[in-house]
Design a protein. Structure first.
Ligand code: ADP
Ligand code: MG
Length: 678
C-alpha cells in the first residue's frame, strides 16, 4: 500500500466502506491521511462542578432528569438535563435538539464541553457537546495521546471517533510517510503528518502546521510558475499595435477614458502585439468600465484581420455586450454576431463565423459547443471569468481555427482577487487593475434593515422613486430554494409587491425562464417599461441600467460579500443618487459582513474581508478551483509565502530535477489544471 492506493487496500476497509468514503471525496489513502482534524480537545482539562466559573468548561460526569420542554412558540423546544459529578450538579440545555434526550445513557459517563454562563435567569451550560468518556479514555490509551484528542468533522455516518480509530490503524504508514518536497528537510513530512493526527500537546500541532502549510503553498506556487513557463512556450497570432487605430477608437467614444482604463488598455494592447499568448486578468470594480478596455483590444485584433470572441456567463449579459459593442465598434466597421441559446438562425451565423464574415462573436456557452468553429480567432475575452470552469475556457482556447496557435486571453472579473491570492494561486497571470470609477458617479447609500421595518421605512421611499420614474431591483434567493421558510421567492414576492404598489409595473426574472423571456424582460427594464424588477441573482453580473437607482436585497445575510457588492453595483450607474437596502430577517445587531458592506464601497477591500471570513474556495468558486480551499496555510502568512515563492522559483528553473519526485509531479499537475486560465 502506498499513498496512491485505493482505499480497499487499507486493512479493515471493505468495498462498501470504500464506496461510501469515495462519495465523500476520499479516493486514495492520501486523501484520507490529508483529512486533518477540525480541532483538538484536551480531555485532561476537566473541571469539577464545584469549581466551575463562567466560560468554556469541560466536565466529566453523568446526566440525569432529562426531559424536553415545548414552549408556546411553535417549533421551539428545550432539552434539559442535570449534569453531575461527585462535587455537584449543573443544568445543561439544548435548543431544538429533542433527540438529545434519547441519545444519552444515564448510566454512562461523558465529557461535556460547552459555555457555562448566566442565561434565562439561571446558570447553565448551553448546548454542550458530549462524548462517551470510556471511548475517549480507551482511545487515549490506545493512541498514547494522553487525553489530547483530534476532533474530525463527521462525513456522513463517519464521525470523529471513527476517524480516530481509523488513523490509529494507519499509524505506521503515517509515521513512515515518504518525503514529498525537494525543498524540505528529510522526514519533515512524516513528522508533520504524524503530529497532526497523533499530537501529545498543542505545540505538536503547531509544528505540524508549519510544515503542512508550507507544503500546500509550495505546491500551488510551483504549479503557477510552471503554468507560466508552459504558456511562454506557446505561440499566438501577432496583432500589432498601431497608434492611429487606437486613437481613432478612443476618439470615437462619448467619454474620456479614466487614467486606470488607459493603463490597463496599454498593457493589453502591448500583449496583443506579442507572439506569445496573452494570459491576463483584468480586474476592476463593478462599473469601472472594463468593457471599453476589451473593446479597444478587439479593435486592434480587427485591424490585424483577426477574429475576437467574448464569452459571457448569461444570455442577458451577452445581449447587453452585443448592444454596447455594436455602438462602440459597429461604426468602425467591426461586424458583430450574437450567439446565445435563443439565437434563431444559428446555422447561418456559425457559417459566417467559420468563413470569417464576422469579426466579433459574443455569446454564452453556445460559442464553445463543438460545432462552432472559428476562421481565425486570435483574441478571446472571458467576462466574469469566475463563472466559468476550466473545461469551458479550454474549449474556447482550442478554437483558433489553426492548430499551431493559441488565442490571446483576457479574463475580466469584478470580483477582485486579493493580492495575497494573486501572489499564490494566480501567480502565473498578468494582472491589470482598474482601481477608479469614471467621474460623476454618485456613491450608493447602503442601509441594513430588518424586514419588519420595510412597510414603514422602505415602501414609502420606493413609491417616491416610482413616481419619479426611477427603477428598482428587488432581489430574492434562488427560486428552487423555497423549501427554506425564510427564503423568499420571485413569483410570490412579485405578487406581494403588486398589492403594495398597485399602479407600478412589476415583472420577475429568474434563471429557469426561457432565454427569450429573460431577454424580453431585461430589454423592457432597460427601456424603462418596468418599475420593479423582482429577480434572483441572475442580474448579479454586469447588467447596466443607469436609470435603476434602488436595489433591495432580501435575506441579505445569506449572500457572500463579494456577491452583495456585485448586486449593489447594479445601481449607482447614472448621475442620480442610489440606495441599496440589505434586508435581514433578524432585528438587532447586524451581522459583521453586512456592516462591512455598509461601510465600504471598495470591492478590493471587501474581497480581502471575504477571503478572511470565508476562504478562497468559497469566493472563487468550486467550478474553477475544485476543492481548492487551503486546509492549513493562511494567505496572510506572508513569510511562509515568501519562502515558498523562493523555493518554487528555484525548482521551476530546473524542472528536470523534479522528475524523480513522482508524487509531487502528480499534485502539481492537478494544481496546474485548477489554477490556470487556459
Ligand atoms: P464593468 O467594469 O462593471 O463591466 P462597464 O464596462 O459595464 O463596467 O461600464 C459601466 C458603464 O460605465 C457603462 O455604461 C460605460 O459606458 C460607462 N463608462 C465606461 N468608461 C467610462 C468613462 N471613462 N467615463 C464615463 N463612463 C464610462
Ligand atoms: Mg462588465
Amino acid at each position: 500500500m502506498n499513498f496512491f492506493s485505493p482505499l480497499e487496500e487499507i486493512k479493515g476497509i471493505g468495498p462498501k466502506t470504500a464506496a461510501a468514503l469515495n462519495r465523500h471525496g476520499f479516493k486514495t489513502v492520501k486523501d484520507l491521511i490529508y483529512y486533518f482534524p477540525r480541532a483538538y480537545e484536551d480531555y485532561k482539562k476537566t473541571t469539577k462542578i464545584a469549581d466551575i466559573v463562567p466560560g468554556k468548561v469541560m466536565i466529566r460526569g453523568k446526566i440525569r432528569n432529562l426531559h424536553v420542554q415545548y414552549t408556546k412558540r411553535r417549533n421551539f423546544n428545550v432539552t434539559i438535563g442535570e449534569v453531575y459529578d461527585e462535587t455537584g450538579s449543573v443544568k445543561a440545555v439544548w435548543y431544538n435538539q429533542p433527540y438529545r434526550a434519547k441519545a444519552f445513557d444515564e448510566n454512562k459517563e461523558y465529557y461535556f464541553t460547552g459555555e457555562y454562563g448566566f442565561r434565562f435567569n439561571r446558570y447553565q451550560i448551553a448546548t454542550p457537546s458530549a462524548v462517551v468518556a470510556d471511548d475517549i479514555d480507551d482511545m487515549s490509551e490506545e493512541k498514547g495521546t494522553n487525553g489530547f484528542q483530534p476532533i474530525y468533522s463527521s462525513k456522513g455516518s463517519y464521525d470523529s471517533a471513527w476517524f480516530n480509530r481509523f488513523f490509529n490503524k494507519l499509524r505506521n504508514e503515517i509515521a513512515l510517510a515518504p518525503d514529498l518536497l525537494p525543498t524540505a528537510e528529510p522526514g519533515a513530512r512524516a513528522d508533520a503528518l504524524y503530529n497532526i493526527h497523533f499530537p501529545e500537546k498543542a505545540e505538536d500541532v503547531e509544528e505540524a502546521k508549519k510544515y503542512l502549510g508550507y507544503e500546500e503553498l509550495f505546491e500551488l506556487i510551483l504549479a503557477a510558475k510552471l503554468n507560466r513557463n508552459e504558456n511562454s512556450k506557446l505561440r499566438a497570432e501577432i496583432c500589432p499595435f498601431k497608434a492611429e487605430n487606437t486613437k481613432r477608437f478612443v476618439n470615437s467614444l462619448p467619454f474620456k477614458l479614466t487614467d486606470a482604463q488607459r493603463v490597463a488598455t496599454w498593457d493589453i494592447l502591448k500583449d496583443l502585439g506579442e507572439p506569445v499568448p496573452m494570459n491576463r486578468l483584468l480586474q476592476g470594480d463593478v462599473g469601472s468600465g472594463k468593457t471599453v478596455v476589451a473593446a479597444a483590444a478587439i479593435y486592434q485584433a480587427y485591424k490585424a484581420g483577426k477574429q475576437s470572441a467574448i464569452l459571457a456567463p448569461t444570455a442577458v449579459l451577452a445581449s447587453q455586450h452585443a448592444k454596447n459593442l455594436q455602438k462602440m465598434l459597429g461604426p468602425l466597421g467591426v461586424k458583430i454576431a450574437l450567439l446565445i441559446g435563443a439565437t434563431k438562425n444559428k446555422t447561418l451565423i456559425k457559417n459566417q463565423i467559420v468563413k470569417g464574415k464576422v469579426d466579433l462573436i459574443i455569446g454564452t456557452h453556445a460559442i464553445i459547443t463543438d460545432d462552432t468553429q472559428f476562421h481565425n480567432l486570435a483574441f478571446a475575452v472571458i467576462d466574469e471569468q469566475h463563472r466559468f470552469g476550466v473545461m469551458q475556457r479550454q474549449k474556447l482556447l482550442l478554437k483558433t481555427g489553426d492548430k499551431e496557435t493559441s488565442p490571446h486571453l483576457l479574463a475580466m472579473t469584478a470580483t477582485p482577487i486579493p493580492r495575497s491570492l494573486q501572489l499564490t494561486i494566480f501567480g502565473d497571470l498578468d494582472v491589470s487593475t482598474i482601481s477608479e470609477l469614471p467621474k460623476g458617479r454618485t456613491p450608493i447609500d447602503t442601509k441594513i434593515m430588518c424586514e419588519l421595518e420595510m412597510k414603514e421605512k422602505l415602501y414609502p421611499v420606493l413609491a417616491e422613486k416610482i413616481k419619479k420614474k426611477e427603477q428598482i431591483y428587488w432581489i430574492c434567493r434562488l427560486i428552487e430554494e423555497t423549501g427554506r421558510s425564510v427564503s423568499t421567492n420571485v413569483k410570490e414576492e412579485a405578487t406581494k409587491l403588486k398589492m403594495i404598489f398597485p399602479t407600478a409595473n412589476i415583472e420577475y426574472l429568474h434563471g429557469r425562464m426561457k432565454p427569450e423571456e429573460k431577454d424580453d424582460i431585461m430589454r423592457r427594464f432597460s427601456n424603462g417599461e418596468i418599475d420593479i424588477l423582482v429577480s434572483t441573482t441572475v442580474v448579479e453580473v454586469g447588467v447596466d441600467v443607469p436609470n435603476a437607482t434602488e436595489i433591495v436585497i432580501r435575506d441579505a445575510e445569506d449572500f457572500g460579500l463579494a456577491q452583495l457588492h456585485q448586486l449593489r453595483g447594479r445601481v449607482g450607474r447614472g448621475t442620480k443618487p442610489s440606495e441599496c437596502y440589505l434586508i435581514t430577517t433578524k432585528s438587532g445587531e447586524p451581522n459583521k459582513r453586512l456592516a462591512e458592506l455598509q461601510h465600504s464601497t471598495d470591492g478590493f477591500y471587501l474581497a480581502e474581508i471575504d477571503l478572511k471570513l470565508r476562504g478562497p474556495g468559497e469566493i472563487y468558486g468550486k467550478l474553477q478551483h475544485g476543492e481548492m480551499n487551503l486546509k492549513i496555510a493562511k494567505l496572510t502568512d506572508t513569510k511562509v509565502i515568501a519562502r515558498a515563492q523562493k523555493d518554487a522559483e528555484k525548482v521551476a528553473e530546473n524542472p528536470e530535477n523534479m522528475v524523480k519526485y513522482e508524487e509531487l509531479n502528480c499534485e502539481i499537475k492537478k494544481y496546474q489544471q485548477l489554477t490556470t486560465l487556459n
